[in-house]
Design a protein around this ligand. Structure first.
Ligand SMILES: *[C@@H]1O[C@H](CO)[C@@H](O)[C@H](O)[C@H]1NC(C)=O
Ligand SMILES: *[C@@H]1O[C@H](CO)[C@@H](O)[C@H](O)[C@H]1NC(C)=O
Ligand SMILES: *[C@@H]1O[C@H](CO)[C@@H](O)[C@H](O)[C@H]1NC(C)=O
Ligand SMILES: *[C@@H]1O[C@H](CO)[C@@H](O)[C@H](O)[C@H]1NC(C)=O
Ligand SMILES: *[C@@H]1O[C@H](CO)[C@@H](O)[C@H](O)[C@H]1NC(C)=O
Ligand SMILES: [Cu+2]
Length: 237
């Protein structure tokens, strides 16, 4: 990470060609809309090495993007940071198996060979939260370290390929990318019509999301399965 940043900085200073952002095979991630601020998803992540990581995903007043609030507490000093964390494709496996969560949420098939350029977040994998907004600090060892930001590419609408609810998870890694804890993203509050029923009339992204008709979850899952196949290497991260 630091290497890439330094390289880019040096390139800028010398007027040389800057490491460019990598656009997904299906284009950059479009800005999402229709994310109601009355919908909240949350994730609770814990393991032997991680006391707790809590994340909230809330819609916004204008419906653009998703507010992410995250607090990391009590990470074992045996795990070196700073800590990457991402939205992964699948739920946590039996016995808390983090490998079963698959790769990062990457519906636009951007891959991760080229590191995320935080200055061009639309080009990053949608689920690469730490790539876009920074890894969690080692301050989370002794106490609690929190962060919050609005990500314009996550979606709270089940018919969007960047939907983070149902069947997705959060994985926290150590600095070497080893998965040290994981937890599922679940619906916490839906103040429209009762749990489980989302307003979905105009829940599409701007731009041209590659959404087919049919069950949103299945469409998302098959698109993501393709992403996993294309990026088997990613499974190891
Ligand atoms: C998530 O939201 C709940 C309810 O608003 C709040 O109590 C909690 O502190 C939030 N968690 C984080 C990590 O922001
Ligand atoms: C964890 O999940 C992966 C992928 O699903 C699987 O290959 C592996 O055998 C599982 N490990 C354990 C200990 O269950
Ligand atoms: C992380 O990687 C460094 C060097 O790359 C190594 O010295 C260290 O033991 C690794 N730590 C863990 C917890 O894997
Ligand atoms: C649901 O929305 C109503 C009206 O906006 C509000 O009065 C109520 O407090 C909300 N309930 C929850 C649980 O957010
Ligand atoms: C969403 O749908 C409502 C009612 O169908 C409509 O009034 C509103 O303009 C739509 N919003 C967008 C962004 O399309
Ligand atoms: Cu990850």
């Amino acid at each position: 990470m630091h290497f890439f940043k330094s390289a880019a900085a040096i390139a800028l200073l010398t007027g040389a060609c800057v490491v460019s952002a990598e656009t997904g095979e299906k284009g950059d991630a479009p800005v999402t809309t229709g994310n109601s601020d009355r919908i909240v998803y949350e994730a609770f992540v814990t393991s032997d090495d991680v006391e707790s990581v809590r994340l909230n995903f809330t819609g916004t007043e204008d419906g653009v993007g998703v507010l992410v609030q995250a607090c990391f507490t009590g990470i074992s000093s045996s795990q070196p940071g700073p800590y990457p964390y991402h939205v992964h494709d699948f739920v946590v496996g039996p016995n808390g198996n983090c490998t079963a969560t698959g790769a990062h949420l990457d519906p636009y098939l951007r891959g991760e060979v080229t590191a995320c350029d935080a200055d061009a977040p639309e080009t990053c994998q949608v689920g690469d939260l730490s790539g876009k907004y920074g890894r969690a600090s080692e301050d989370a060892r002794e106490g609690t370290w929190c962060t919050s930001y609005i990500d314009k590419y996550l979606s709270l609408n089940s018919d969007d390929v960047s939907f983070i609810g149902n069947d997705r998870s959060i994985v926290v890694h150590n600095v070497n990318k080893t998965r040290i804890a994981c937890g599922n993203i679940v619906l916490a509050t839906d103040n429209f019509s009762g749990a489980g029923a989302y307003p979905s009339p105009n829940a599409t992204s701007t731009g041209e999301p590659p959404i087919a008709t049919g069950g949103a979850t299945r469409v998302g899952a098959s698109g993501l399965a393709l992403g996993v196949i294309l990026g088997v290497g990613a499974m190891l991260l």
